[in-house]
Design a binder for this molecule. Structure first.
Ligand code: BGP
Length: 471
């Protein structure tokens, strides 16, 4: 697949920007049930049922940054930066409010149609994630979400509705955001909580299997309906480095990398890796893989591999006495060679070149960096300035790494949509104070603020960069 322009742009996700959680006929989704504060992590990890959260909790997705009402103004700002692409996700429960309906919600479809038309008006390429941490609550109630194979047909129906409606307008699709997040945060990633009598690995790997089958089926359908569109997998990427050259640490890193690439092995090579099948068998984990599934997976691999990259990870066999507080769901230990963000995430631009090489070496499919950026606290000065030179430095270093990888290593990259186009609700913390945007949104962690949009220094920097970029 070829593109005639490098897709420089920005990214967001429906649950983190839209708000209007009960407008336009929308039903509830998993993230609407994820509170801000002390219970967020346990619910996200599937350890605590969302229904056990005490009454009165604050749910940041309900209003988010109100993009549902401000999308025209927001897209105008993105166009003014010079973005050529905008990655966003569709809220499944705006299209099928409970997930179970046989007919889609026209008002939901019309909303995204206007978003897409607004983008096309400015020549901004829409990159659509079909499910970005998003499951209708109705499907959680009916089937316990991705624990059930029924979800495959529900997803197929939803994806087909989007393909039919937006064909000719949307050329780039992504089936599931950060599909490997299901390993760490099954409720966030797939709307599932683990019950006491359940085998966590069995539940998670079965759910992942159904998602990958659904992804392959959507790939098949897209090719039937819109043969010239492209569809990709999406991985939360970042190589695991061995903490030392001891073979134990090297092996630990190798295992962690295999677990991460497991998803791309299936979605891009179309086959389960042997280590995984052996592991399932040896540990008595039954995965519901049928012959039909195997055929579907093999015949419908993705066109491209999209990925997020925030940080590399580091593995150590014996973690006694070592700092394991990496601040990130991907785990591992702190790498003493790297600087860290205010949230403890490692800052490693060279790691981006490393992971792009790792992915390319395994799959030889075009890559698409659809998330990278710095979560930081910004200060709004009295004159409405936001001097986020730290974010500019982060983006510059990572863009340099991309360019080197493309030029020196010859690795094809379709584009880079930075995270995030505009400030939004943080996925892990649910807070607004962890800001990634080029555009500041006046709102705090408790939901107070005017929602006013203010351009940061990084906005002006990115605009200049895009105007002068020769790729
Ligand atoms: C990825 C998600 C995004 C986003 C980003 C930053 O995991 O795809 O939705 O939020 O990471 O993470 P956070 O918001 O937790 O800082």
């Amino acid at each position: 697949m070829e593109t005639n322009k490098f897709l420089w742009g920005g990214a967001t996700a429906a649950n983190q920007v839209e708000g209007a959680y009960q407008e336009g006929g929308r039903g509830l989704s998993n993230i609407d049930l994820l509170p801000f504060g002390e219970y967020r992590l346990s619910v996200a990890q599937g350890d605590m049922p969302y229904s056990d959260v005490p009454a009165g909790a604050y749910y940041p997705s309900h209003e988010a940054i109100d993009f549902y009402h401000t999308y025209k103004e927001d897209i105008r700002l993105l166009a003014d930066v010079g973005m050529r692409a905008y990655r966003f996700s569709i809220s499944w429960s705006r299209i099928y409010p409970t997930g179970l309906e046989s007919k889609p919600n026209e008002e939901g479809l019309r909303f995204y149609e206007s978003v897409i038309e607004e983008l096309l008006k400015y020549n901004i390429e829409p990159i659509v994630t079909i499910s970005h941490f998003d499951v209708p609550k109705g499907l959680m109630d009916a089937f316990e979400s991705w624990k059930s194979r029924e979800m495959v047909a529900m997803y197929e129906k939803y994806a087909m509705t989007l393909f039919e409606r937006f064909k000719g307008k949307v050329k780039y699709w992504i089936t599931f955001n950060e599909i490997n997040m299901i390993l760490h945060k099954p409720f966030t990633g797939a709307g599932i909580s683990i019950k006491e009598n359940e085998n966590r690995d069995e539940v998670i790997y079965n759910a992942a299997h159904y998602e990958m089958v659904a992804s392959a089926l959507a790939t098949k359908r897209l090719r039937e309906v819109v043969p010239d569109a492209h569809i990709g997998a999406m991985l939360a990427a970042g190589d695991y480095y061995p903490y030392s050259s001891s073979p134990e640490d090297v092996r630990e890193a190798q295992k962690a990398n295999q677990e991460t690439f497991f998803f791309l092995d299936v979605q891009s090579r179309g086959e389960y890796p042997r280590w995984a099948l052996n592991k399932f068998q040896k540990s008595g984990i039954h995965i519901d893989i049928t012959d039909e599934d195997k055929k579907l997976l093999k015949e419908n691999t993705v066109d491209y591999i999209s990925f997020s990259y925030y940080a590399s990870r580091t593995s150590k066999a014996d973690t006694t006495g070592v700092d394991t507080n990496t601040g990130n769901a991907a785990g591992g230990v702190v790498n003493p060679y790297l600087k860290r963000s205010e949230w403890g995430w490692m800052i490693d631009p060279l790691g981006l070149r490393i992971v792009m090489n790792s992915i390319w070496d395994r799959y030889q499919k075009p890559l698409f960096l659809v998330e990278n950026g710095l979560g930081a606290r910004d200060v709004l000065e009295e004159d409405d300035a936001i001097h986020d030179d730290y974010r500019i430095a982060y983006l510059k270093e990572h863009i340099d790494a991309i360019q080197t990888t493309m030029v020196e290593d010859g690795i094809p990259l379709l584009g880079f949509t930075m995270w995030s186009a505009i400030d939004l609700v943080s996925s892990s913390g649910g807070e607004m104070g962890k800001r990634y945007g080029l555009i500041y949104v006046d709102k705090d962690d408790n939901g107070e603020g005017t929602l006013r949009r203010i351009k940061k220094d990084s906005y002006h920097w990115f605009k200049e960069f895009l105007a002068s970029s020769n790729i």
